[in-house]
Ligand binder design. Structure first.
Ligand code: A2P
Length: 324
């Protein structure tokens, strides 16, 4: 059965199911990677104020757009409010800074990056205490913040607003005011979040999977810090078996598995060959038995990589989204 290549949003805008992730890519490397991604057919680009790469992404996108306003309409650009901006009175200021760095007239989607908050410290997106713990702002009023983010739509500079790293209860709470246009969370073979994916499908909220390939750089960094082992998703037997059966790469199998679950993916790569590979996922289909084998890899909460343990103290924030 063919799967959809876009999520259709409430005003008819289309969010491509495969986007290009940009976290942890440095400026010059990112600009080249974005050029490769555009050439390979990516039109959905995901960044965040906290990634500190909006200017580089914007430069590459603007070069591609040139004078052709139709090209801007082809793109779906997403950025996010950083945790240091999670107060209603700061939303406009942080949004303006993102738009200025991107050098665009509008963004397609603006997300609240995390439900927890840091103190607002101008010039420092990740403020720390002398002991290395985060300067957490525990006074977050998520509903008031959501209302301020929704107001951005009135300016015409944001087409859709959504959320990231929230749990079902938090999304439900916000939905009572206005249903988020998307939820971006970690989803991959070891962390499939079936209950959350089903709850969002029931509400008609598109889910976008970050770290769909298991974010090796983050896993390596955490493994070094904590001693915890993170399996390489690309080498899991059900993944390599399906890859061999379809003459595709393990990465393509992982992406296709998530796409066949109805979840969008935003893989990252800086290699032109792998960038192309990651969007070439439409011409094969995993069988029901392959899907079940891959679905059986889920480790629930144990499979989560991005648990924010690298931000010491955020787990004590009243809105920290994940269960221990
Ligand atoms: P590279 O940039 O060298 O391609 P995620 O999207 O889950 O965060 O994973 C990103 C990581 O996966 C990066 O280390 C990236 O390395 C690697 N990667 C991306 N695409 C592929 C692919 N098709 N095959 C193998 N590794 C990949």
């Amino acid at each position: 059965m063919p799967i959809k290549q876009y999520f259709e949003l409430d005003n008819g805008d289309r969010m491509p199911m495969v986007g290009f992730g940009t976290w942890q890519a440095s400026d010059s490397v990112l600009e080249k990677a974005v050029e490769s991604a555009l050439a390979a057919g990516y039109r959905h680009f995901d960044t965040a104020r906290a990634y500190e790469n909006e200017a580089a992404l914007g430069r590459a996108l603007r070069r591609w757009i040139g004078d052709d306003s139709h090209r801007r309409k082809e793109l779906f650009v997403v950025t996010k409010l950083p945790p240091g901006g999670n107060r209603p009175e700061l939303v406009q200021e942080y949004f303006d800074a993102s738009l200025k760095d991107l050098g665009l007239d509008y963004v397609d989607m603006y997300l609240i990056h995390t439900p927890f908050a840091f103190e607002h410290v101008p010039g420092d997106l990740h403020p720390k205490n002398p002991d290395g713990s985060m300067r957490v702002d525990n006074s977050t009023d998520l509903l008031a913040l959501w209302k301020a983010v929704l107001k951005l739509k009135e300016t015409g500079r944001v087409r859709h607003v959504g959320v990231s790293n929230m749990n079902v209860e938090q999304v439900s709470r916000l939905s009572a005011v206005s249903v988020p246009a998307a939820l971006q969370v970690e989803v991959h073979a070891l962390c499939q979040q079936p209950a959350l994916v089903a709850a969002m499908a029931a509400r008609g909220i598109p889910v976008v999977a970050y770290s769909p390939l298991g974010s090796k750089a983050l896993a390596d960094m955490l493994a070094e810090k904590t001693g915890r082992e993170y399996p390489d998703l690309l080498q899991l037997p059900p993944v390599t078996r399906a890859a061999a059966a379809h003459a595709r790469s393990p990465a393509q199998v992982l992406l296709r598995h998530t796409l066949q679950r109805g979840v969008a993916v935003i893989p990252k790569s800086t290699d032109p060959g792998r960038i192309k590979q990651n969007i070439s996922v439409w011409d094969f289909e995993l069988s029901e038995s392959e899907m079940s084998e891959l679905s059986a890899l889920d480790r629930g909460e144990q499979g989560r990589i991005c648990d924010f343990s690298f931000f010491i103290n955020v787990d004590k924030h009243p809105e920290f989204p994940f269960k221990k």
